[in-house]
Design a protein around this ligand. Structure first.
Ligand code: SF4
Length: 456
């Protein structure tokens, strides 16, 4: 089968030079390929937001094939959030379209001196002016490009105002809410003044042995549909895990202060489905259809998945699910990582709860648990670097971090290696971890995982 052929498209945004290379990396995974590229080409000490950082976007070997859910791309670069290798993946329809255009990996070097977007249509590749897209959110950017290029099926990966403003936890997003969300890859794209990548292709992936490959695809589909998680995933996506985490006693309620949230029934996956979901949605060639389109009085959009749902409900002590879904839509459109943005807001709320800061430290925003004022205003302020949002845009390690506040605020952080964790309070699983065999080199375990440094 003509899986990933190692077709690399290189774009130097400083000079505007576009070139193609056939690399030896055919058939390897996207993350590995990106990491190898960075290992070979990135100089030590490179400024993550400087022109010498390199942004790679690669598809997986089976992307765009008949195999179920072969829809992922990985974006990698030196992370402006952690300083380490950053990478993050997004599903949707962008990666298959990129494969069909004949490209397996995009490598962006240098930085443009004006806002541009990259247009790819099979062999035709052009750097185009994006001045008219500046300031637009991800949905607006996608729709504007589809409209002006008269192609509703154009696949667009874009950054929002957060990426433009170099928020260190900004995302690259495709299909409106499919985000390469972690480690600040949107900020790297913004530092290169690359607003979007728009792609169309018509070169289908052809297996060498179509019958055998089709048989393997059918088998996988049957196995998936027979899996006990298939039904619940289809109905609830990852939002189903909120109840399970509550049962396990690891909910991150009130920024990890509690594993219980008494209004859980109002904010769980069942409530989301009942109150706000209007339609199931899916990525390329996936029969799970796990995503859901929502309608709220604030806005409409796709999701949320568990991370955003938990971040803006239990973690911030907010029992108003409609508010949380509206905030999730806003965060997606602005191009912020929903996990880190949620952690920053919940951390501020806990700092205020502990008396470490007051509302006057944050432009008079009400930081009480579940505050609609904070949940509605802070994402916009962070994405546009307005007021306190300018400090918070650098993350909890940056200028707004605990070293600029007080000792007390640092002990309340949920982070690991400068990165905000996901899902659940792992400290509450410690008894289970302690029963596992210990490694002698324990340094690799210290501080890992959600809440490992949280002291709430
Ligand atoms: S629809 Fe859900 S399960 Fe299917 S590829 Fe997309 S995220 Fe994954």
């Amino acid at each position: 089968m003509n899986i990933c052929q190692g077709n690399q498209l290189r774009v130097d945004l400083t000079t505007g030079k576009i070139s193609r290379e056939l690399t030896p990396e055919n058939g390897i995974g996207a993350r590995t390929w990106n990491s190898m590229t960075l290992l070979r080409e990135l100089e030590p000490g490179t400024d993550p937001l400087g022109p010498d950082n390199i942004l790679c976007l690669a598809t997986g070997p089976l992307a765009g094939s008949q195999m179920i859910a072969t829809c992922r791309f990985i974006a990698s670069a030196r992370s402006p959030l952690t300083g380490f290798l950053g990478d993050s993946g997004a599903r949707g329809f962008f990666a298959p379209e990129l494969r069909w255009s004949g490209h397996d990996q995009l490598v962006f070097t240098g930085a443009s001196d004006r806002w541009v977007y990259l247009f790819i249509e099979n062999d035709r590749v052009e750097i185009r002016d994006a001045g008219h897209l500046v300031g637009r959110d991800i949905t607006e950017t996608t729709e504007a490009l589809q409209e002006e290029l008269a192609d509703p099926d154009l696949q667009v990966a874009a950054i929002g105002p957060a990426g433009e403003n170099l928020v260190r936890y900004s995302i690259i997003s495709c299909n409106l809410a499919r985000a390469a969300g972690r480690t600040g890859m949107g900020a790297v794209m913004g530092s290169k003044k690359l607003k979007a990548i728009a792609v169309r292709g018509d070169q289908p992936v052809r297996p060498v042995d179509p019958d055998r490959f089709a048989g393997a695809c059918r088998q996988l589909q049957t196995d998936l549909e027979n899996h006990r998680e298939f039904g619940p995933r289809r109905l609830y996506g990852t939002t189903m895990i909120m109840d399970r985490l509550a049962e396990m006693g690891v909910l991150p309620a009130y920024h990890y202060r509690s594993a219980e949230f008494k209004e859980l029934d109002q904010v769980n996956g069942e409530a989301l489905r009942r109150e706000h979901v209007v339609k199931a949605k899916s990525c390329y060639n996936c029969n799970v259809h796990c995503s859901r389109y929502n309608l709220t009085r604030y806005s409409e959009g796709e999701g949320p998945e568990y991370e955003a749902q938990a971040a803006y409900t239990v973690k911030c002590g907010n029992p108003d699910l409609e508010l949380a879904v509206g905030v999730s839509n806003t965060v997606n459109r602005l191009g912020l990582d929903c996990i880190t943005a949620g952690e920053v807001i919940a951390w501020l709320m806990e700092c205020r709860h502990e008396g470490v800061i007051s509302d006057s430290d944050v432009d008079g925003i009400d930081l009480s648990w579940g505050s609609a004022d904070a949940l509605l205003r802070l994402p916009e302020m962070i994405a546009r670097r307005e007021g306190i949002g300018d400090l918070l845009a650098d993350g909890v390690n940056g200028r707004g971090g605990p070293h600029r506040r007080s000792e007390g605020s640092g002990t309340l952080l949920g982070r690991s290696q400068g990165h905000q964790g996901v899902r659940a309070d792992e400290r509450r699983q410690l008894p289970r971890w302690r029963s596992l065999p210990r490694r002698t080199d324990d340094r690799t375990h210290r501080g890992r995982g959600t809440g490992a440094e949280a002291g709430g």
